[in-house]
Design a binder for this molecule. Structure first.
Ligand code: HEM
Length: 403
């Protein structure tokens, strides 16, 4: 299948991953619900279309082709009905605000302080690999019960799973153009199982307060646990997205603030502004840029496009969050915007389960960083590069300060 607009047939994965904004600005203007051959799917690029498909009764969740190849079945993001209800009933309890508020400070603050103590006296640091990612993975790793797995290992796993999940390019027959792109995640999953299987063996007989132990036991009849093969695909959702995205969100927020030194100063003087800075950071560069999808359950017409039953539509929330009809100057980071909702956490019954937890991790991470190093500046001797179409964030962020 090809699109009806020829430039759309020429879109490549490489250009999407380097900078999807140029392509998507054109998509929003010319073909906001377009069939994009390299992705083998329709793509929704405006706020209105993303939101209406995510909340429509005529669509249900489906995992993308590369996502399904990476996670297997049943991953929470790609199932519906009773299995989705069960997986949400498994993951949701630990992520409720009243639950998270009980322990989030004690969990995240010491982690943030520990990583800060490694570089605060050095006067310089690379913040993505040295702070944002480690704080993100350590907080969730400890919550899940993966205390024995090092932060570097957790980071390595999410990077490998992430590249595999977004290895989306297909040819005209719908076959993956880069099948070797899945190999590193296949190896990572073998390693994950070799480390997590013995932990599961132990939790089955000795339940504790870790999230995975609860996943195994909660809601099950006495003496029974959920099957590990049933849990693993959703654990991979966590080991990829939930590990990676708070780090992306902190990194993008910092880059955004560095583009507005006046606003950075305001936020440092008034830390109560940090949640607003994070929300704008996630609108500006959405961590989950285009990773989830829906499938039509009957023939439907949306935005003048006839979609037959069974059409897969990728929800490009990162593009929706740059929609000119919603936001003024969308490509600028600006914490003084009117408080319009954004789609960085998705919409509908598959919206992010970790919204509250993720926001608290980012808030505490940035509070600690900016309180400890209030004179932080971007090191302008190196550029900041962003990468990614499925998931997006800065690959490195060098900062310096006077000690
Ligand atoms: C800043 C960080 C994060 C961002 C921006 C983010 C964003 C998203 C988005 C866009 C989706 C897909 C929504 C849709 O398809 O409409 C999603 C799904 C999900 N997220 Fe997050 N997420 C973040 C962190 C987390 C964390 C830390 C957790 C868990 C601790 C988590 C758990 C989940 C789960 C379980 C789903 C699947 C929900 C379902 O399909 O029912 N997320 N997230």
């Amino acid at each position: 299948m090809t699109s009806t607009i020829s430039w759309i047939d020429d879109i490549t994965m490489t250009e999407l991953e380097r900078n999807p904004y140029l392509v998507y600005e054109r998509l929003r203007a010319e073909s906001p619900l377009a069939y994009v051959p390299v992705l083998g799917s329709y793509v929704a690029s405006t706020a209105d279309i993303c939101r209406s498909i995510a909340t429509s009764p005529d669509f249900e969740a489906v995992i993308t082709k590369a996502g399904g190849r990476t996670f297997g079945h049943p991953a929470v993001i790609g199932v519906n009905g009773p299995i989705h209800d069960d997986l949400r009933s498994m993951v949701d309890p630990a992520l409720q605000p009243q639950e998270v508020d009980r322990w989030i400070d004690d969990l995240v603050r010491p982690i943030a302080r520990r990583y800060l103590s490694e570089f605060e006296d050095a006067g310089r640091a690379e913040l993505v690999g040295g702070y944002c990612e480690p704080v993100s993975v350590r907080a969730l790793g400890d919550l899940l019960g993966l205390k024995s797995v090092s932060s570097d290992k957790l980071r390595e796993w999410f990077h490998k799973l992430s590249r595999s999940f977004t290895n989306a390019g297909v040819d005209e027959n719908g076959e993956f153009t880069n099948p070797e792109g899945f190999d590193e995640a296949d190896a990572a999953k073998e390693e994950i199982r070799s480390i997590v299987d013995p932990l599961i063996d132990n939790w089955i007989v000795n339940p504790d307060d870790s999230a995975i132990s609860h996943w195994l036991h909660d809601g099950m009849p006495d003496g029974q646990t959920r099957d590990r093969d049933y849990i693993y695909p959703t654990l991979y959702v966590y080991l990829l997205g939930a590990m990676q995205e708070p780090g992306h969100a902190m990194g993008s927020t910092l880059v955004g603030l560095f583009t507005r030194p006046d606003q950075l100063e305001q936020v440092i003087d008034e830390p109560a502004l940090i949640p607003r800075a994070i929300s704008e950071g996630m609108r500006w560069t959405s961590p989950i840029w285009s990773a989830t999808a829906r499938i039509s359950t009957k023939d439907v017409e949306i935005a003048g496009v006839e979609l037959p039953e069974g059409s897969v539509v990728l929800l490009s929330y990162g593009s929706a969050n740059h929609d000119h009809t919603v936001y003024d100057r969308p490509s600028e980071y600006d914490i003084t915007r009117p408080p319009l909702p954004h789609l960085a956490f998705g919409a509908g019954n598959h919206a992010c389960a970790g919204i509250y937890f993720a926001n608290q991790v980012c808030r505490i991470g940035l509070e600690e960083l900016l309180e400890t190093i209030p004179n932080i500046e971007r090191d302008t001797s190196s550029d900041v590069e962003f990468w990614g179409w499925g998931f997006r964030g800065p690959t490195a962020l060098h900062a310096n300060w006077e000690v």
